[in-house]
Ligand binder design. Structure first.
Ligand code: PGA
Length: 253
């Protein structure tokens, strides 16, 4: 059966001391989570967050991005190999903020996914439509393109290492959340695309997280949906008590 996961994407927030305090506070509330928890701090804090969590069951660390290049003269970039060498095990790829502000398209994202897998990192690959796509009714086409162009070149073995996140762009940081029905429709659609490409067994084993203004007061009904296997949490992951409440909202696997 697939894993339920709650991942916290801190984005470009916190100073080093805040980051350490946030992890400490979360661990005081929850040092042995029943659900798999992934923390995605900014790059400079990967090492301390790995140090604080490495002996704990069910808590992993993710980077928020990686370069599509392996190494070399790419000033300011961080490679998948560097991330793996810190002890982090995951990397977020294709977050809508990377697509929007850094013009990352599926070609670049497919390379990032490749580099992550070549370095034994599990990609957390994000898809999601803009508000216009939702209003025009073409959100499924958008999501299908984001999935097929960046991921469907992978072998079945590689695809098993990928976690997916559906994050409607209109819901991210806006306070607007997809309704459980809207989210479940897309999650079921994503799973059907996986089944068509890789078969039912793989599709049923893949975790698909929901992201976009997920908070303690809406997490339970979102996570209760059959095809929603936890969340990718932005704003609420910066408050230990809120993040803990969201982790507790996950249905038992
Ligand atoms: P949000 O962000 O929870 O603040 O809406 C989610 C995300 O961008 O991953």
């Amino acid at each position: 059966m697939r894993k339920n996961i709650v991942a916290g994407n801190w984005k470009m927030n916190t100073r080093l001391d805040d980051a350490v305090a946030l992890v400490d506070e979360f661990l005081n509330l929850c040092s042995e989570p029943q659900t798999s928890v992934i923390l995605a701090p900014p790059f400079p804090y990967l090492v301390p967050v790995v140090e604080l969590t490495k002996d704990l069951n069910n808590i992993g660390v993710a980077a928020q991005n990686c370069s599509q290049n392996a190494s070399g003269a790419f000033t300011g970039e961080v490679s998948a190999e560097m991330i793996a060498s810190t002890g982090a095990e995951y990397v977020i790829v294709g977050h809508s903020e990377r697509r929007q502000y850094f013009k990352e398209d599926e070609l670049i994202l497919s390379e990032k996914v490749n580099k992550a897998l070549q370095n034994d990192l599990n990609p957390i690959y994000c898809v999601g439509e803009l508000r216009d796509d939702r209003e025009n009714g073409n959100y499924k086409e958008v999501i299908e393109k984001q999935l097929t162009k960046a991921l469907f070149h992978l072998s079945e073995l590689e695809m098993r290492k990928v976690i997916l996140a559906y994050e409607p762009v209109w819901a991210i940081g806006t306070g607007l959340t997809a309704t459980p029905e809207q989210a479940e429709e897309v999650h079921a659609f994503i799973r059907s695309l996986l089944a068509d490409q890789y078969g039912d067994e793989l599709a049923n084993a893949t975790s698909i997280l929901y992201g976009g203004s997920c908070k303690p007061d809406n997490a339970t009904e979102l996570f209760a949906c059959e095809n929603i296997d936890g969340g990718l949490i932005g704003g609420a992951s910066l408050k230990a008590a809120e993040f803990h409440a969201i982790v507790n909202a996950v249905k038992p696997s």
